[in-house]
Structure formats: structure tokens, C-alpha cells
Write a protein of this length. Sequence first.
Length: 284
Amino acid sequence: MAARVAVFGSLNHDLTFWVPRPPEPDETLRAHRVAEHVGGKGANQAVAAARLGAHTSMIGRVGTDSTAPIILDQLAADGVDVSAVRTVSGPTGTAVPIVSDDGQVSIIIAAGANGAVGPADADDAASIIESADVLLVQGEVSAQASAHAAAIAREAGARVIFNAAPVPDRADLVLACDPLVVVNAHEALELKLESSDKVLVTMGEAGVQVGATRVPAFPAEIVDPTGAGDAFCAALGVALVEGADLVEAVRFGAAAGACAVSVAGAQPSMPSRAAVDEMLASAL
């Protein structure tokens, strides 16, 4: 049977700019390109899981603006169950990724409807969370809400993966639920975490640290790194549910992340199962 994945988190409207380099203070910088995409770490991970073959449900909130139906329609088109996505008056979450020519990305986010996500959203979706094999949570909604969702999942025997990006206030509440944690080096330092079999540290082209083991990255042409971490987290969760050991699952996630960086936009870059399998095969 297909893996059952529940995602509790953010849904965003992304406006991405490609620039020669990050702007200096007081500087007006011309962009090479600008594009609108569907994004949000939660929504990205939900789409990634669905494209990898998982039965996926999204739990979160959108606003009452014109971007909300676009976001929901896109998720539904990818096979994601959006019945647990609620609407709150006001704007949908917004993100502005800024991608420089050296392949680095900086992202500005405005929470919008994501700021209204609370423990009650987890309670309302408890049946979805309880029936999942794995719950994915991130840092773009409140830690109190994510921790409550994680507690429901753990009580039901589901695995929890916490992508602490960005690091939320009271991240300790989620960490107390004993999740598998995915962080980059900066986030690991902020949370005072060291790599182990419970803490995976992603390092871009340097690979992923799993305790004493370094899982290498797959070579890829970097067009836009936005969403690569989301592809990694979703693939990691799917692989673990399918019976892979931790290092194998990290390798599957790294292949998904490598696929993602070669495509512009966060959600458009979430890879298919065939693309990830091809990436894995290319390294044999």
C-alpha cells in the first residue's frame, strides 16, 4: 500500500526574483527574472510526497484573497487531499525568494493565514493525523500548533519529522515529541543540536550528516535551490515508511533534493518518483 503522509504546515504564494547578487543596503537592484509560484514549506512537502506516490493530506490555512483558490487547485491537481485546509479572513501567506547567480537563496515570508494555524486545526484533523504513517511539520506555523499535531501523531503510533525551518519560537515544544529532526547547519547551531540518528543536518552540496555518517549530495545544475529541503523531507518520510533504513532514506531524500534544484520555483520543482529513481540510478 502507498505510504500515508499528513502534512501540518504552511501554504504560500511565492514571488521569486533572480538577481546577480543580494542587494546592498540602500541599493536598487535589477532582477534577471521574476515569477509567481505556489509554495509554503508545508504545501511543498505535501506535493512532493504525492508526486512520490504517497497518499497525502494537507492541514493548514489559506486566506480569502485571489491566490488561495490557485494554491488549493494546484495541490488538488497533484492528488493532495485539501479537505483539512481551512480559510481565514485576510491574506494568504506570502514568500519572496531571492535567488542570486551563485545559487544561493534568501527568503522573506509574511505569515498571513499561516499565522492563524493553531492547536484547534490539529484537533479538527485528528482523524487524518491518526491514520497517517508519518506526519511532516515545519517552522512556518506556530510551534504550539505543530507540537499538538505531533503529539496526536505519536499517540497514534505515527512517525513525526520536524523540519525546523525557519526555527520557530518554542521549537522545544515540538522537540519534546521526539521527532526525527531535519535542520541545516545554521538551524542546528541555533537549536544547539548535533547530528545523530535523530538529527539530520543538511549541508547543500556537502551532503547530509547522519551522526558519524556523511551521505553525499548528488551532482546537479543549480537553477533555483528554493524547495530542495522540502523535497528532501518528503522523500525521507516516504522512504522510511516504505521500509528503508535511515541512511537509505536520507540518500533517497538527497536525490529528490538534487532533482529539485534544477527546476525554477518551489512547488514546480518537486520531483516525480521516476525522476528520483533516475537520479539514484545515475549514481550507481
